[in-house]
Ligand binder design. Structure first.
Ligand code: DAH
Length: 385
C-alpha cells in the first residue's frame, strides 16, 4: 500500500469516527487545511519530475476529492444527529397556560398613580411642574422661607442635617417641598403657576410617618392673586381628586412662617368602621396647609411684594393616597411587598386621565371605588399580609 493510500485511509477512518461537527472540523484542518497532511503532499509536486508529477498529482487530487466528499457526507450525518438530539431535548408542552405579560401582571405603585393623578388635575388648571434637589441648603429650606436662624419653627421640622462644612453652613435633606418655591421664584419671572411634587425627609417614623415621604407644593404669584383663587383651586382639586361631585372644606387659621395669613384645610368625610367617604358625614380630615406668600419670602426671592402677591399650599402625597385608596399604614408603601402591591397597585395601562377617570380600580366587577354614590369601599381589613 502506498503512503498516500495509507494516509487516505487513516483520514477516512478519522472522518467516520468524528463524533460531532467540531471534531470533524479538526480532521478537515489536519488533512486539507493550509498545513494539513494532504496539502503538504500537494506542496511536494513542484519538486517532482513532470512525469511523476502528472501521476502523483492526479492520485493526490483524487484522494483529496474523496476526503472532501467524505467530510461533507459526515457533516450532513452529524448535523442531522445534532438536530434530532436537540428536538428530543427541547420539548414544548403546548398545553401549558400562557404566562401573563408584564402589562397584566405588573402593578404601578399607588403613590406613582396618585402623583400622576394630581399632576393631571393641576396641569389641566394651567400649572407646570417644577423640581428641586432632595439635598438642600439651610438657606432655601428655612432662611428664605422666613424661618430666621434660631426661630423655634425650625425645630418643628425634624431635620436630617449633613456634617457642617468648613464655613459652618450645613446641607440638609429637605424637610418640605417649599424650597422649590424659592428656587422657582429666583429663576422665573411672575406670573408663576407651578406645582412641585417631590420627596421630603424628616426624622419621624410611625404608622402615618416615614423618614422619607412625599409632598406636593403649589405656588401662584401674580399681581391680583388672592385667597379666593386659592380656595377655588383647592376646592376643584379635592372634588376631582376624590372623585365626588361636591366636597365641603374647612379653612382654619394656622401658622407657617412663609405664609401670612396661614390656613389649614380639612375636608368633610364620614368614617364608617374602616371606610371613609368624602363629600358627606360629620368628620373632618386635615389634608393640607396653605396661605398667602409672606412678603418677606417674596423679598428674599427677588420679587417686589408691592407689585406682586401670591399664594401657596403644601400637601402630603402619601397622606392623600392613603385617604383615597384606604391604606392604614404608610410604612407599607415602602416595604416592596408584592402581595400589598398587587392588592393596592394599578395596572400599567390604566393611566389616569380626566376624561377617562382618574382611578381605575383593581376591584371585583361592580365595585365603583371612592364615589360617594357608588357601592361601598372594600373593607381595609380585606388585605392582611
Ligand atoms: N411646608 C409645609 C410643611 O411641610 C406645608 C405648607 C404649608 C406648604 C403652607 C405651603 C404652605 O406652601 O403655604 O409643613
Amino acid at each position: 500500500m502506498s503512503d498516500l493510500t495509507t494516509l487516505e485511509q487513516a483520514i477516512l477512518e478519522q472522518i467516520s469516527q468524528a463524533r460531532d461537527e467540531a471534531a470533524l472540523e479538526a480532521v478537515r484542518v489536519a488533512a486539507l487545511g493550509k498545513k494539513g497532511s494532504i496539502s503538504a503532499l500537494l506542496a511536494t509536486l513542484g519538486k517532482m519530475a513532470p512525469e511523476q508529477r502528472r501521476s502523483e498529482g492526479a492520485a493526490i487530487n483524487q484522494a483529496r476529492d474523496r476526503i472532501a466528499a467524505a467530510l461533507s457526507g459526515r457533516r450532513e450525518v452529524l448535523k442531522a444527529a445534532a438536530l434530532d438530539a436537540r428536538l428530543a431535548r427541547e420539548t414544548i408542552d403546548v398545553t401549558l397556560g400562557l404566562r401573563e405579560p408584564p402589562s397584566e401582571s405588573g402593578r404601578i405603585h399607588p403613590l406613582s398613580q396618585v402623583w400622576d393623578e394630581l399632576t393631571i388635575i393641576f396641569a389641566d388648571m394651567g400649572f407646570s411642574v417644577a423640581e428641586g434637589p432632595d439635598i438642600e441648603t439651610d438657606d432655601y429650606n428655612f432662611t428664605r422661607l422666613n424661618f430666621p436662624v434660631g426661630h423655634p419653627a425650625r425645630e418643628m421640622h425634624d431635620t436630617f442635617f449633613f456634617q457642617p462644612r468648613d464655613d459652618g453652613s450645613r446641607m440638609l435633606l429637605r424637610t418640605h417641598t417649599s424650597p422649590v418655591q424659592v428656587r422657582t421664584m429666583l429663576s422665573q419671572k411672575p406670573p408663576i403657576r407651578v406645582i412641585c411634587p417631590g420627596r421630603t425627609y424628616r426624622t419621624d417614623s410611625d404608622a402615618t410617618h416615614t423618614p422619607q415621604f412625599h409632598q406636593v407644593e403649589g405656588l401662584v404669584i401674580d399681581k391680583g392673586s388672592h385667597l379666593g383663587h386659592l380656595k377655588w383651586i383647592l376646592h376643584e382639586f379635592c372634588k376631582t381628586f376624590f372623585e365626588v361631585n361636591e366636597i365641603n372644606m374647612r379653612f382654619r387659621p394656622s401658622f407657617f412662617p412663609f405664609t401670612e395669613p396661614s390656613l389649614e384645610v380639612d375636608v368633610q368625610c364620614r368614617r364608617d368602621k374602616n371606610e371613609i367617604r368624602f363629600g358627606e358625614g360629620s368628620d373632618w380630615l386635615e389634608i393640607l396647609g396653605c396661605g398667602m406668600v409672606h412678603p418677606n419670602v417674596l423679598t428674599a426671592c427677588g420679587i417686589d411684594p408691592d407689585e406682586y402677591q401670591g399664594f401657596a399650599w403644601g400637601m402630603g402625597i402619601d397622606r392623600i393616597a392613603m385617604l383615597k385608596y384606604g391604606m392604614s399604614d404608610l410604612r407599607q408603601f415602602f416595604d416592596g411587598d408584592m402581595r400589598w402591591l398587587s392588592h393596592y397597585g394599578f395596572k400599567p395601562f390604566d393611566i389616569p386621565t380626566l376624561s377617562g377617570g382618574l382611578s381605575s380600580w383593581l376591584l371585583p366587577e361592580g365595585s365603583a371605588g371612592p364615589h360617594s354614590d357608588g357601592p361601598a369601599w372594600p373593607e381595609l381589613s380585606a388585605f392582611s399580609p
